[in-house]
Design a protein around this ligand. Structure first.
Ligand SMILES: [Zn+2]
Length: 90
């Protein structure tokens, strides 16, 4: 029997992964209804272990903020690089 596969999007880094429905449901249950990719869920678990006393929700929020900052920094760098290249090609 073929396993049912769905596309899930990470709430942190927006990575898409093909996962079985059972796996998606399990991850969502662990992270308060959010689906996180393998890397992000590992990071959140690690964060939760490191900061004793913080809730899973706090660890998730921390990681989402971290990912967003990283995204912005990455986007800015890409934009600057593109501009430089355009200038050089003229
Ligand atoms: Zn992710």
């Amino acid at each position: 029997m073929a396993m049912e596969v769905e596309s899930a999007k990470c709430e942190c880094c927006e990575l898409r992964e093909e996962c079985t429905r059972g796996y998606i449901v399990g991850v969502k249950a662990a992270f308060g209804g959010r689906w996180l990719c393998g890397l992000c869920s590992e990071a959140v678990r690690e964060e939760g272990r490191r900061k004793a006393g913080s809730t899973m929700e706090e660890a998730i929020q921390d990681h989402i903020n971290f990912c967003k900052q990283d995204h912005i920094a990455h986007g800015l760098r890409q934009m600057l690089l593109r501009r430089q290249r355009q200038r050089r090609s003229k």
